[in-house]
Structures are given as structure tokens and as C-alpha cells.
Ligand binder design. Structure first.
Ligand SMILES: CC(C)(COP(=O)([O-])OP(=O)([O-])OC[C@H]1O[C@@H](n2cnc3c(N)ncnc32)[C@H](O)[C@@H]1OP(=O)([O-])[O-])[C@@H](O)C(=O)NCCC(=O)NCCSC(=O)C[C@@](C)(O)CC(=O)[O-]
Length: 301
């Protein structure tokens, strides 16, 4: 199949990127500056915060302050994770215009991440969708562990398709398929998408690939060949999931942009501004960007 002619990029650095940051809490002002820099670089979908229990994910404990503090740029969607009604109410009070619920294709991961079974999670999401709908807020859905689970190992494409379908039928406008621990390879990624697209139209599926084994770009190319046109990525390759031991960050936004530029797919995003933002935030965090493109095109050594 021909590659998509346009790609929507969903930026993850402020949420997925920072949620697992070890050590001291990243200051709220830094998170706000990161989000504003990303928006100024041309990113139009930014997952900015997470209204989860601060006992579970301390780095996201200032979600309300972050969401209230951003100088919003017209045309940019600033979204947040909301696992339950409590999270959604917090998000609505902070003026969030788009939220996301997050489930999994692995029972064990579901328990570790959100403390309930897959079936219970879907039941829990229903009132979140209903309330969000009433408030005029769009809801994205995530499925984690689509190419492998840190606790269960292999995950069947059919299970991924089943959970994706449930989220789609519940009213999620887009389903993001997460290779949470970055173990996937291109053929497995294609097979997983082939199963998911039997249940959810391909234009509503997003690829959310982590780069633990260095396969994320190859996997993205493989699923773009299947027609996937929404890609989640984190500037500087920041991140990892606190409930997936060993998981590294999302594929780096800089690397995805370089790939897309090479394919002649214009995103309108300023690659150099994203590189500069990645260098800035990683310097504050005391390390280097994990983006190969950023390392090649910046003075960081
Ligand atoms: C879902 C819960 C809350 C269930 O946690 P629980 O303990 O089962 O919840 P509970 O309803 O029994 O409540 C326990 C306490 O949490 C509070 N609470 C309850 N809900 C909230 C809330 N929304 N915001 C703030 N506080 C909340 C609640 O008020 C109570 O407080 P206490 O009475 O003990 O003081 C918990 O398991 C949790 O917060 N999990 C979050 C895990 C997480 O954020 N993981 C990372 C994001 S997912 C991810 O990274 C994967 C993804 C999306 O990127 C895709 C991929 O890569 O695969």
C-alpha cells in the first residue's frame, strides 16, 4: 500500500516523557515552558499532563497547575490522561479540551498500571466517555502492550483488536496502539495493525511506539505502509512507563520528523526548533537527547 500523504504527529514529551523521570519533581514552570516551546515549534497535538493519582505517578501531580499555566496557542490541542471520573473532573475544571483513557491488551499490565482488569477498565471508562461527551470534550483511547507485555510476554493481535474495538465503539475518536516496552519488530507491527484494522478503520488508529530495542522507526515505517497516519512521539525520546520495567522513551519526534522529511511528507513542524527544545529539556534533566538526529544536528556531544 502507498504511504500516507500526510501524517498527524501527537507529541508526548510533557506527559509520557516526564511521567517516569526519576529523582526530584520537574518544576511546573519547566513543564509549561516545554509545552509552550513545542507548540511554538509547530506541534499541534500535545499531551500535556495526566490526571492520575499522584501516589502512583508523582511527576504528574501538578497536572491542574500545568494545564492552567499554559499560554494556549490557537490551533493547538493540549490533552491529558484521565483514567477515571475523578481524573476527568479535575481535567474539566482545569479547562482541558481533550482527554484520553488508557487500557491494555494484557491483563497483568492492566492490573499493574491501573489496578483493575481489562474488563473492569472498560466499564470504568464508560462514564468517563459519557461525561466527556456531555462536556463537549473529545476522548482518545490507548491500548498498551500491543506488541508484548513485560509480565505476560507475547500478546495476540486479536486481543489488541478486541480492546481497540471496545474503545472505538465506546466513542473514542482515535485509538493509539502502544508498544509500551518497545519489543516489536516490523512484521509483528504489521500483523498487529492488520488485526486492529479489521475492527477499527485505519484512519482512527495511531502508532505509539517506544524505542527500547531501536526498532521504533522501522516499526513506524511498516505500519505507515499499512495506512497508519497518526504517530505519537516524544521530543528527545524522553520517557517510559512507570509500570513497565525497562521501557525506554517514545520514538523521538526529531527522528520521526527527519524520516517524514525524507519521505516528502510535510508536517509544518520546525525540526530545528524541536531539536533545540530537546537539547534544552535534556540539559535541565542532566542528560543528552536520545534522538540520533538531535545528536547529529546539535552541538551536544
Ligand atoms: C487509575 C488509578 C487512579 C486507580 O488507583 P486505585 O488505587 O485503584 O484507585 P481508587 O479509586 O481506589 O483511589 C485510590 C486513591 O487514589 C485517588 N485517586 C483515584 N483516582 C485519581 C485521579 N484520577 N487523580 C488523583 N487521585 C486519584 C483516590 O482519591 C484515592 O485517594 P486516597 O483516598 O487514597 O487519598 C491508579 O491506578 C493510577 O493513577 N494509575 C495511573 C498509572 C499511570 O498513570 N500510568 C502511566 C500512564 S499509561 C502509559 O504510560 C502508557 C501509554 C498511555 O503511554 C501508552 C503505552 O505506551 O503503552
Amino acid at each position: 500500500m502507498a504511504l500516507p500523504t500526510s501524517i498527524k504527529l501527537f507529541e508526548m514529551a510533557p506527559r509520557d516523557g516526564l511521567q517516569n523521570e526519576p529523582g526530584t519533581l520537574v518544576p511546573t514552570a519547566t513543564k509549561i515552558e516545554l509545552i509552550e516551546r513545542l507548540a511554538n515549534a509547530g506541534l499541534t497535538h500535545i499531551e500535556a499532563a495526566s490526571f492520575v493519582s499522584p501516589k502512583w505517578v508523582p511527576q504528574m501531580g501538578d497536572a491542574s497547575e500545568v494545564m492552567r499555566g499554559i499560554a494556549r496557542k490557537p490551533g493547538v490541542v493540549y490533552s491529558a490522561l484521565t483514567p477515571n471520573l475523578k481524573g476527568l473532573e479535575g481535567a474539566l475544571a482545569a479547562g482541558v479540551e481533550e482527554v484520553a483513557v488508557f487500557g491494555a491488551a494484557s491483563e497483568a499490565f492492566s492490573q499493574k498500571n491501573i489496578n483493575c482488569s481489562i474488563a473492569e477498565s472498560l466499564t470504568r471508562f464508560e462514564p468517563v466517555l459519557a461525561r466527556a461527551n456531555e462536556a463537549g470534550v473529545r476522548v482518545r483511547g490507548y491500548v498498551s502492550c500491543v506488541l508484548g507485555c513485560p509480565y505476560e510476554g507475547d500478546i495476540s493481535p486479536q486481543k489488541v483488536a478486541e480492546v481497540a474495538k471496545a474503545l472505538y465503539e465506546m466513542g473514542c475518536y482515535e485509538i493509539s496502539l502502544g508498544d509500551t516496552i518497545g519489543v516489536g519488530t516490523p512484521l509483528a507491527a504489521k500483523r498487529m495493525i492488520e488485526a486492529a484494522r479489521q475492527q477499527v478503520p485505519i484512519e482512527y488508529l495511531a502508532a505509539h511506539f517506544h524505542d527500547t530495542y531501536g526498532m521504533a522507526l522501522a516499526n513506524l515505517y511498516a505500519v505507515m505502509e499499512e495506512g497508519v497516519s497518526v504517530i505519537d512521539a516524544a521530543t528527545a525520546g524522553l520517557g517510559g512507563c512507570p509500570y513497565a520495567k525497562g521501557a525506554s522513551g517514545n520514538v523521538a519526534t526529531e527522528d520521526v520528523l527527519y524520516l517524514l522529511e525524507g519521505l516528502g511528507i510535510n508536517t509544518g513542524i520546525d525540526l530545528q526548533a524541536v531539536i533545540d527544545t530537546g537539547v534544552w529539556i535534556t540539559q535541565l534533566l542532566g542528560r543528552k537527547p536520545s534522538s540520533k538526529v538531535a545528536l547529529a544536528k546539535s552541538t551536544v556531544s
